[in-house]
Design a protein around this ligand. Sequence first.
Ligand SMILES: Nc1nc2c(c(=O)[nH]1)N[C@H]1C(S)=C(S)[C@@H](COP(=O)(O)O)O[C@H]1N2
Ligand SMILES: [Mo]
Length: 432
Amino acid sequence: MPKKSNALRGVFALYRENADAADRILFGRETHADRRGFLRGAGLATMGAMVGAAIPFHRTMPAHFLPVVLASDEVIRGKDGLTVLNDRPLNAETPPHLLDDPVTPTNRHFIRNNGLPPDAVDPESWTLTIDGLVDTPLSLSIADLRSRFEVVTQALTLECGGNGRAFFDPPARGNQWTYGAVACSEWMGVRLADVLRAAGIKDGVVYTAHEGADLHLSGDPTKQPISRGVPIEKALDPGNLIAFGQNGGPIHAMNGAPLRLVIPGWPGSCSQKWVTRIRLRDVVHDGAKMTGTSYRVPNCPVAPGEDVATEDFDIIHAMPVKSLITSPATGLVSSAPAVQVRGHAWAGDRSVARVAVSIDFGATWSDADLDAPVNPHAWQNWRVDVTFPQAGYYEIWARAIDSEGVGQPHAIAWNPKGYLNNSLHRVAVTVA
Ligand SMILES: Nc1nc2c(c(=O)[nH]1)N[C@H]1C(S)=C(S)[C@@H](COP(=O)(O)O)O[C@H]1N2
Ligand SMILES: [Mo]
């Protein structure tokens, strides 16, 4: 039996609190403790998807039944080696050494859900509405997008605004992401800018507003789990895609299939998954997780633990410069004194000018060999050979500097919600 993960805490807790409601929310199953609750249609399909196969004897399953296979770690189909931080909503990150590929394979792209993903998506009937302050509102199928606009493929870096939150002290509430809420897959789609221009952008538009087909955690269809937007200037960046493909195949169900926005360089939350509607507005969008302190940071430096008034927070725009060491994995015991160190670096809307590596706690630094991005907004791959002078414990530190000369800080710039931790990545190596 694999170690029982805490991954399904959410589902199990839901059953503990109110099993009837859990059956209804998760599987659409109306049950009562005293009789069997037959699973049908979408509910049966959902459970089948969760266990990875059809269930021949589903008719004899008791009410409030949760398959025991869910107590193992293998719960996300089509993902491999991700660490599940929460299962309801599902949030899973990728250990750094599994992000070693220049382009992140679909099975290693992190998952950040705010609500419950739609379960039976049909790419054929999917429609995207473009409306609000446009000359001609559009209603487009995926086939329309493919035939009316240029289809492009770009490697694009997506990072959750809360990546690195786990290291905040005092701690910040929310998913305790360490390093792995970042990825750079190759996305195929059409340019957001082309589609907005085809609808005709009216004078006075300042912001986009994005809507998706996922459901609020409460199950209440009148509430949205998340609806964010970006200033129109950012929306018109040719790097943004309305994507229908990931790494030469379909988009993974948990990464927003069949259609999503990819707005690289800004917090991942701008990149609406399961996107159904993009509305142009003449005010800053005020959808779910746009207001209050969501995806916002204090507009002045604050001390760790300090209280900040809500009006002193600003919306996060571009993400700051950052790097990740993807090889060696932390904890390596090396019998050889020489090791190749490699990883990626990215810098929001900028590019990375330099990556340097230290093996002596930052006293001296060696420049890494840094690739240009394969296209704007793709992370940049780097590598450098290091030689450890003698046996013992070392840390490899990496530090990136962006095209404006801004580098990664050694310490976390603390903020109440735990966003934007771009402090140095460190890995431990013992030379035997
Ligand atoms: N519809 C919808 N879109 C969404 C989200 C969501 O919960 N629902 N999460 C956002 C957040 S916070 C992030 S970081 C990215 C994560 O994308 P991924 O799950 O494909 O890695 O999706 C964004 N788009
Ligand atoms: Mo996010």
